[in-house]
Design a binder for this molecule. Structure first.
Ligand code: DGL
Length: 270
């Protein structure tokens, strides 16, 4: 009955942690493609090929349902996967929709026409590939009208986090927030549209100011997965073990992951 959680590297661990807390009895198999991170500077074909290879590996672990805990893969590859690649007995879900439903105060699966919502000025922080896909704006337009979105591509932040260089990550986040504020001086809400960024949430909040409502995905995705599994319990796969798989060096990735989650995490070779 395992569920797979995929990210290009360590960022998806923020989602894994929230899911483990919300669904403590569900075995979780994590796949971090650290050998190929960051995805945010790759083209869409590349991201599709890497993401589908990782998802197949998770299917081999008995995970019929896989969460792409990676906005870049959700933005650049998920639609193509859903249209032409995923067999009918499997599901792959992204991380955008739960976030947009929270922002637009919608219940899961509310397909009514787009309507005016309370929030009008939204800052989106994401990887270059996610920003250039415009997937966030597309999903938002299905649900809300009159929302002004200013997107900031945060080059370098994922590399710094993967390298464990939090001083560099801090400096980069502050400079990306400054750049955003030059385009949108007073955002009401900010979306951390990359699963690595919750590891820097305090820095984003500090740089943006206390008045800005910062949305991050981990708990929203966990809640929406719990709701999905209530309605589709048959999507729990045959896998029974929880484990952490990486395409990178397991010892190095384990050390970083343990630092980030502040509990012992042991990766094995994928
Ligand atoms: N954590 C990922 C995301 O949510 C991917 C970052 C990357 O590999 O560039 O976008």
């Amino acid at each position: 009955m395992a569920v797979g959680i995929f990210d290009s590297g360590l960022g998806g661990l923020t989602v894994l942690d929230a899911v483990a807390e919300r669904l403590p009895d569900v075995p979780l198999v994590y796949f971090g493609d650290s050998a190929h991170a960051p995805y945010g500077v790759r083209d869409a074909d590349d991201i599709f090929n890497l993401t589908t290879a990782a998802v197949e590996r998770l299917w081999d672990e008995g995970c019929n349902l896989v969460i792409l805990a990676c906005n870049t893969a959700s933005a650049a590859a998920l639609r193509r996967m859903q249209e032409s690649w995923i067999p009918s007995d499997k599901r792959v879900l992204g991380v955008f929709v739960p976030l947009i439903e929270a922002l637009t105060e919608r219940q899961w699966g509310d397909n009514s026409p787009p309507r005016e919502v309370a929030v009008k000025h939204v800052a989106l922080f994401a990887t270059p590939a996610t920003v250039s896909s415009r997937a966030f704006q597309r999903e938002l337009a299905f649900r809300a009208i009159g929302v002004d979105v200013e997107a900031q591509a945060c080059g370098g932040v994922v590399d710094a986090i993967e390298d464990g260089d939090m001083i560099l990550a801090d400096a980069l986040v502050r400079s990306h927030v400054d750049a955003l504020k030059r385009k949108m001086p007073v955002p009401e809400a900010a979306i951390l549209g990359c699963t690595h960024y919750p590891l820097m949430q305090q820095v984003f909040q500090d740089a943006l100011g206390a008045d800005v409502n910062v949305y991050s995905q981990a708990s929203l995705v966990a809640e929406s997965l719990a709701d999905y599994l209530d309605r589709h319990p048959n999507m729990l796969g045959s896998g029974t073990r929880s484990c952490f798989l990486t395409t990178g060096d397991p010892a190095r990735v384990s050390t970083r992951a343990t630092q980030f989650l502040r509990r012992k995490i042991e990766f094995e070779a994928a």
